[in-house]
Design a protein around this ligand. Sequence first.
Ligand SMILES: *Cc1c(COP(=O)(O)O)cnc(C)c1O
Length: 468
Amino acid sequence: MKYYDKLVFELSKEGRVGYSLPVNRFPAAPEIPAALRREASLDLPEVSEPDVVRHYTNLSQMNFGVDTGFYPLGSCTMKYNPKINEEVAALPGFAGLHPLEHAGLTKGALKVYQEMEKALAAITGMYAFTFDPCAGAHGELTGLMIMRQYHMMRGDLARTKVIVPDSAHGTNPASAAVCGLEVVEVKSLENGRVDVEALKPLLDGTVAGMMMTNPNTLGLFETQIKEIAELVHGVGGLMYYDGANMNPLMGVVRPGDMGFDIMHLNLHKTFSTPHGGGGPGSGPVGVAEHLVDCLPDIRVSGFHGNFGVILRAYAYILMLGKQNLKKVGQYSVLSANYIKECLKDAYKLPIEGVCKHEFVFDGLVNDGAHDDVHGATTLDVAKRLLDFGFHAPTIYFPLLFHQALMIEPTETESKETIDAFIDVMHKIAAEAAEDPRILQEAPHNAPIKRPDETTAARNPILKFKDTL
Ligand SMILES: *Cc1c(COP(=O)(O)O)cnc(C)c1O
């Protein structure tokens, strides 16, 4: 164990200080009532400034981030986040703005919201946006509430069902259930697209709408989207677009033109903001013109959403401009297809053909490992990748394949980085065939080996004293 692997509490030495506060120039605060005062002093670590700096720097290096290395986590769009976004979001006029500030003094911020609404409307083909939702799933819930409101305003109370494809992101059925709507699943075809023939019998006057993501969770474009939208509209339902994966479509195709009525975007994916581990996020919801009156008139979050994330997305859109936003999609699609074609000799590709920004393998091709406890599994491949300094792809999602390995390289990686990843993936496949134990015992070089993830989630030990 290295010296600085110690907890900051273990480095503590009584009486050591790493700071000196200026003399208090302000009058004494009114006496705090004795009943509210602490009896014993707080048990805080007492360390020097270098110890504090090393503590936090070392902690930060025990994790993996987009600034540390390649992060091909499918469905999450872990692209590089340009640092100029951070500078813009940190401008004192923005960062120091109080959410209850008088409207007359917040014109700059309001202008940002207005300009963003215009930009997103142009990119998506929607008419108006609310910026309140703080995540994709939060946007879904807001969008479904808009859907329900639309039917209620028309006195159409029988519409309680939402159709969701079996390939959908898990948040889709969850959001529909939280909104009090009944989820009806529609199956996919062998080619990964929604089965239109299976959809038809589900359509009647009880359908509030259908939720889709396009390209879908397998990274495949739903080529029959226009027909699907016409069928759903034909029975009076609305089309909801999960736009978390808008990355490959920007400047090429617009959900509004595909027949969608309501949608959310994940600004923290498509429009770059460091995210992961639960935030921060922004999931603005857009609606077509006929739904403007159903936008929330009470807020669905404190104040106006995550303004810092909206600013980053605004800086990103302005920096790229119309021409280069289109290239984001083109390069991300090129990168994904390049990796897919280079690796399909070693990893099983269940659905052939051109993908969009991501694709799904179904485990290793030929080590006898498929669903075989003695061979190397997708989990083993993912763990082994960490030894080579790459973040693992998304694994065991989507649920359509047992050994799913979902790769999304994004547009911001160089060909050299992508080639290095392909080399390592080939190397891992060769190891799996020769000696699967190398994979099964991985990671060999990470700070933590293989935690029991179920126990870690159910009974987390969060206090250092409990670990002693
Ligand atoms: C990420 C994602 C979501 C959920 O977004 P959060 O911001 O994590 O709530 C929903 N749908 C799809 C397709 C996604 O990729």
